[in-house]
Write a protein that binds this ligand. Structure first.
Ligand SMILES: CC(C)(COP(=O)(O)OP(=O)(O)OC[C@H]1O[C@@H](n2cnc3c(N)ncnc32)[C@H](O)[C@@H]1OP(=O)(O)O)[C@@H](O)C(=O)NCCC(=O)NCCS
Length: 170
């Protein structure tokens, strides 16, 4: 596993032309609380954002995953804004690879801590974040509407600690 891409997948920076394909995955993944296309466009193109898409080299036009970071350079902290992997591509390390790439970018932008929110009823995503070193620091009651589901707030103290050294990625 390398931080630059799963063996079967590649990552690249998302561009505005990717937004329709990202939105397709967004709407099927987050059925009740998907972002609007307008919000996604402003996230993907925002000055302080960093969005990646994952694709198979044999089908580069198909986006099988995306993830985004918000981290103003020199601001000292970052937020994982979103992550989704298409059902057929899950449990193959794509989510972890996307997260590691976002954390590397957060580190490069000077973030000393990274935050995220995750639905309390999403143990799979929580397991991924815990594996990377995120710890639960609080709960925002009924944060996700219209479902009324709590958000678990998680924090990673130093993004560099989650990123494997070259020896461990061989
Ligand atoms: C959460 C999500 C992004 C994970 O993507 P993924 O590519 O399947 O994750 P990975 O294959 O990189 O998983 C890495 C590790 O995370 C943990 N993990 C991931 N999904 C898990 C699940 N459903 N149940 C338990 N552990 C899980 C495991 O430890 C896994 O390692 P393993 O497969 O060797 O056991 C994906 O399931 C998804 O898109 N879910 C729907 C959208 C979503 O919930 N997004 C998060 C919003 S906060």
């Amino acid at each position: 596993m390398s931080a630059s891409g799963h063996p079967e997948y590649r990552l690249r920076r998302a561009v505005v032309e990717d937004v329709p394909a990202i939105m397709e995955l967004e709407r099927t993944t987050f059925v009740t609380d998907a972002w609007s296309e307008r919000s996604m466009r402003s996230e993907v193109t925002g000055e302080h954002g960093y969005y990646l898409v994952a694709f198979e080299p044999s089908a580069p036009e198909r986006i099988d995953g995306y993830a985004g970071l918000l981290a103003p350079r020199g601001g000292g902290e970052g937020d994982i804004q979103t992550i989704a992997v298409a059902p057929h591509a899950r449990r193959r390390g794509v989510g972890r690879t996307l997260m590691l790439a976002l954390l590397a970018e957060a580190r490069d932008r000077g973030a000393r801590e990274v935050f995220l929110e995750v639905r309390a009823d999403n143990p799979g995503a929580q397991a991924l974040y815990r594996e990377l070193g995120f710890e639960e620091i609080g709960v925002r009651p009924k944060y996700y509407e219209p479902d009324g589901v709590d958000a678990v707030v998680m924090r990673l103290g130093d993004p560099a600690t989650a990123i494997p050294t070259p020896e461990t990625t061989a």
